[in-house]
Design a protein around this ligand. Structure first.
Ligand code: NAD
Ligand code: MG
Length: 385
């Protein structure tokens, strides 16, 4: 019997790769539930193609009348129902941003087999998610390529033998030549190796994406920040490396195509029986570089916020979502992002919300505060530019 898959965020970039695996392996997987947010026509096309039994949208669509056998759900409540369906064998969270947190928690509380790409929720609420995973004896299988590589490696070695984990970063478009005031959004969105949503592509250019991934790894694998390193690897073929106590480094390599880590996660503990494309290490030289001194300050800042803990990782994420959103709307320049995030964290530190400890009650006021600070800063910057 094929495994019944619930996919939240099916219209996005990760969602499309998940659907591509389901398409390739109809004998292994069947789409049970699907959610999408803004691309209503795309959701309808997916409903036509996959005939899932459950579909969730922000609001109930008029066209539901044409699909009598399907259960239509809506809003946050609908997402939580989808994430906890008793008949689901697998729940995949491919939603972007903090909107993924509610369904992540619903899936854990209902002891679902959970796969997630939604790093923002793990960054913002890692300790709360971990407490819930411990209470229900569950784990999250990561879809993010670096984390999936590390996950695969960690199943092979005893924890005492692992000295460090290393996440690779492409370095983005500004590794060789830093961005300046003439850098356009088009330059930023030209990612050298990966094709992804625009928000995560901007985060790759500032390297805050890697910063978030350091926090994601810290919570997912419960490894101290001191043992998580980042190396620039412009070819993006090696995704994660585990350094063992004797100095041996073991790495995972695959093409920069999210179907590889997603396939590994969906088949876990098996391995997908066929490859998605041909792949050879001969085609390119493999290079690795340390982060150049003084470059990519947001990566360093992410480590600092991770060590500070509390509501600071959440504030960093919320500030970044607003500030990058303003950059994507051409309201501020790319080079403003770093400065505004640094200022935003200073203002957040001085707020009452920053003194609260991380809890379900404090998450949303802190997020609201950080978003309000970001908007103040964006408006100030727009007036100055
Ligand atoms: P995307 O923008 O392409 O897709 C986001 C999906 O989330 C869409 O289906 C959208 O409908 C849904 N969504 C957005 N806002 C929502 C809301 N408020 N409520 C419910 N659904 C909502 O993003 P993506 O690039 O596919 O990324 C998805 C997640 O995976 C993110 O957390 C991202 O950081 C992570 N990730 C992405 C990649 C990648 O290659 N794209 C790699 C690693 C991790
Ligand atoms: Mg990644």
């Amino acid at each position: 019997m094929p495994k019944k898959v619930v996919l939240l965020g099916g219209t996005g970039s990760i969602g499309s790769s998940v659907l591509s695996i389901i398409r390739s392996y109809p004998e292994e997987f069947q789409l049970l539930g699907l959610s999408g947010h803004s691309q209503k026509e795309k959701i309808r096309a997916l409903v036509e193609e996959f005939h899932p039994a459950y579909v969730c949208l922000p609001e109930l669509p008029e066209w539901r009348e044409n699909y009598r056998g399907i259960n239509f759900l809506s809003g946050e409540e609908g997402l939580n129902i989808l994430a906890s369906l008793p008949e689901a064998d697998m729940v995949v969270i491919a939603i972007a941003g903090l909107a993924g947190l509610g369904p992540t928690m619903a899936a854990i509380q209902h002891q679902k087999h959970l796969l997630s790409a939604n790093k923002e929720s793990i960054v913002a609420a890692g300790p709360l998610i971990n407490a819930s995973l411990d209470a229900t004896n569950r784990q999250i299988i990561p879809l993010d390529s670096e984390h999936n590589a590390i996950f695969t490696l960690l199943t092979r070695f005893e924890r005492e033998s692992v000295k460090n984990i290393i996440l690779t970063a492409s370095g983005g478009p500004f590794f060789k030549k830093p961005a300046d005031s003439r850098t356009s959004l088009q330059d930023v969105l030209k990612h050298p190796t990966w094709s992804m949503g625009s928000y995560i592509t901007v985060n790759s250019a500032t390297m805050l994406n890697k910063g978030f991934e350091v926090l994601e790894a810290h919570y997912l694998f419960r490894i101290p920040f001191e043992s998580i390193r980042v190396l620039i690897h412009p070819q993006s073929l090696v995704h994660g490396i585990v350094e063992l106590t004797d100095g041996t480094q073991v790495m995972v390599a695959s093409p920069s195509d999210m179907r590889y880590p997603i396939g590994m996660a969906m088949f876990y503990p098996r391995i997908p029986p066929r490859s998605e494309s041909s792949f050879s290490l001969v085609v390119k030289p493999l290079e690795f570089f340390d982060i150049p001194e003084g470059r990519f300050p947001l990566l360093k800042l992410a480590y600092e916020m991770g060590k500070k803990g509390g509501l600071f990782p959440l504030a960093l994420n919320a500030l970044n979502e607003e500030i990058v959103g303003a950059c994507l709307e051409h309201r501020i320049r790319f080079i403003d992002i770093e400065i505004l995030i640094e200022k935003g964290l200073e203002r957040f530190s001085a707020s009452e919300e920053a003194r609260l400890s991380l809890s379900w009650e404090s998450l949303f006021p802190a997020e609201k505060k950080a978003r309000a600070i970001a908007q103040e800063l964006i408006e100030e910057r727009q007036r100055a530019n």
